[in-house]
Structure formats: C-alpha cells, structure tokens
Design a protein around this ligand. Structure first.
Ligand code: SD4
Length: 344
C-alpha cells in the first residue's frame, strides 16, 4: 500500500527519471524546419496529378503525412499509368505491389508483394499506425489489409500494360529490363510510343513533402519492375532504400532499378550526405556516382534516380541516364522539372 514516505520516494525517483530522460531525450527531439512554406515533389509526369491532391492538403495547413498518402493514391487509382492494379504484371501475369510511407518522427510502415489491393500505400500507413511492425509482405499483408477493411479487387491491366506484357511475352527474355530511360525520340516516361514497343518499363511514384509546420514525410508505391520474377521485391517498400525521412535533415525517394538502390541503401545514403552539409542535388549526385562506380560498364544498362528535399525546403534530383523528371509544387509554382544526369 502506498504511504507518504513511499510516495515521496517514488515521486523523487520518478522526478529524477524524468530529469534524466529529458537530458537524454531533449524536449523537442524532432526540431522543425522553417515554418509556413509547404512544398511537395514527386517522381515522373504522374507526379503532377499526385501533387495536386497533396497540395490540397498542404495549402490548407494539413500534415505532410496525409499529403504524401493522398497524393500517391491518385496515381495508384489511375488506369492511365503504371502504378497500382492496372500496372505491369510480373512475368507470370500477376500484379504484385510494394509501398512504403514514413513521417517526421521516424514512424514508418511498408508492404511488399501485396496482391489485389488498390491502395497499398494506405495499407503501409496502417502497418505504421496500427502494428508494432514496419513491414508486412504477401499473404500476411493482404490478410492484414482485409482485417483493416480494405476490399480485394481483381487487377485490370491498363491497355498500355496489357500491350507491353503481350510484347514482352513474345520474347520472354528474362533479364532485368532497361527501365526509365528516355527513348531516342525524347518521349517522357508515359509516352504511349515507348509503352507500346514493350521496352518501356516505368512503375513507380515516390513523393516527399514538407508541411506548413516544417514537418517532412514521404511515400513510395509501385508494381515494381515489369515482368519481374514472381516474389521479387524492389527498393520501394524498403525503408532506407526507396524512401527515407529524417526531419532534422530531409527526405528522399528513389526510382529505377531497385536492386541497385537497395545495394547502396540509396535514400538513406542521400540523407546522410545532406546531413554532412550537401544540398539535395549534390547529395543525390554523389550517391548516383557511387552506383556508377559500383556498376562499372553495366551502368549503361540501368537507370536510377533520386529525388530529395531538405528541411530548408530546397529540392534536388539526379539520375544516371537523361530522361528523369519530377513534379514540383509550392506556393506559386507547379512544374515538371528535368533532372540532371550522369550520362549527358
Ligand atoms: C523497383 N524502383 O521495383 C522500382 C521500379 C521503378 O519506375 O522505380 N520503376 O525496382
């Protein structure tokens, strides 16, 4: 039973505990960036539409975590491009989806090899918010989604994905396809001409944003590399590879050949460069150079791009090959920006 002496004893030590706790974990461990200037960036042309949805939230004093979820949901629901249930299938014809999300407090969630769910990014958010885990995969992720009220849907390939798959089946060459590279006619990633020839293979949206409070968040969602082996998982759902957020420093997302992003823990590596003082473009460039060095001759066969935002609201990107563009939205600006690249 508690008596006064015990109470004093307890309160003294719990007071001391609080003091020590506060010393070790300062009251504001997640310091905010300059306030009032929201910004959102996302990969590829599809980012323009996605940014619109994100901007609705950011420009109304909403939170970055809501913006990056709602933003990429637009792309997931779209039948016109290559993310979500209408996207390129694996080599056996199954659409399998990967997604991740991360907020300004190192909370993160992801799903991989998820089938028949329209909005994998929202399942990733539920993993983050409702489970003690970071990542759920395959059947388990699907079971969790159903338990959370998501409904199972049959994938309906977009006409472009259907055609690309049929073309691919003619040769069925199983090697990692060259992805996300501008074709010689200068078509962008969603140009039908490129999709129709079955070579084009772009399947991801990554988004990072800062809200009016100066908090950062990010999301990434994909059907992965088209015509991949069944069960293959790329960088997009791997925290630190396809996505990373550190509110003290910045946020980064990746697109392109996932295996080569994972190899260097790409998005985390970019953040660490920014922590050392590099601006976002310089940091993205330096990790692209690391990949170029690792890959040697083979670098001509892969595309990787990083897109980053720092806590001051500066943005930057860099890719291996030309052709990577990102969508930018902030007060008074709505643009598709062509990123610099290692090959000219
Ligand atoms: C993956 N990084 O699964 C993704 C693919 C991608 O545009 O970005 N496609 O490897």
């Amino acid at each position: 039973m508690a008596n006064r002496r015990n109470f004093l004893h307890t309160s003294f030590f719990s007071g001391l505990g609080l003091f020590l706790y506060n010393k070790r974990f300062p009251a504001q461990p997640f310091s905010a960036a300059p306030q009032g200037q929201p910004v959102v960036i996302s990969t590829w042309d599809a980012g323009l539409q996605a940014n619109k949805a994100a901007w609705e939230i950011l420009s109304n004093a909403g939170e970055a975590i809501d913006a990056v979820e709602k933003g990429v949901m637009v792309t997931e629901a779209s039948q016109n491009c290559c993310v979500g249930l209408g996207a390129n299938p694996d080599r056996d014809g199954f659409v399998t989806l990967d997604a991740s999300i991360m907020d300004h407090r190192f909370n993160c969630g992801s799903v991989a090899f998820l089938e028949r769910i329209k909005h994998p990014v929202s399942v990733a958010r539920r993993v983050m918010e409702k489970t003690p885990h970071v990542m759920l995969v395959g059947e388990g992720a699907q079971q969790f989604a159903i338990a959370e009220g998501f409904t199972l849907e049959e994938p309906v390939l977009s006409p472009a994905a259907q055609k690309a798959y049929e073309n691919w089946l003619k040769k069925s060459t199983y090697k990692s396809p060259l992805i996300n590279v501008e074709n010689k006619n200068g078509h962008g990633p969603f140009a039908p001409a490129k999709l129709e020839d079955g070579e084009w293979n772009h399947d991801t949206i990554g988004m990072v944003a800062m809200d009016a409070r100066g908090n950062l968040s990010g999301s990434c969602t994909t059907s992965g590399a088209g015509f991949k082996m069944r069960g293959r998982v790329g960088d997009s759902p791997i925290i630190g590879a396809g996505l990373y957020v550190d509110n003290e420093v910045g946020a980064c997302t990746a697109t392109g050949q996932g295996e080569d992003v994972i190899r260097v823990a790409g998005s985390h590596a970019v953040i660490e460069k920014m922590r050392l003082g590099m601006d976002p473009e310089g940091a993205c460039k330096s990790i692209i150079e690391r990949i170029v060095k690792i890959k040697g001759e083979k670098v001509k066969d892969i595309q990787v791009a990083f897109l980053a935002l720092d806590r001051r609201g500066r943005v930057g990107a860099f890719s291996i090959h030309p052709g990577f563009s990102y969508a930018l939205r902030k007060e008074g600006v709505e643009a598709l920006v062509k990123a610099p690249s290692w090959f000219l």
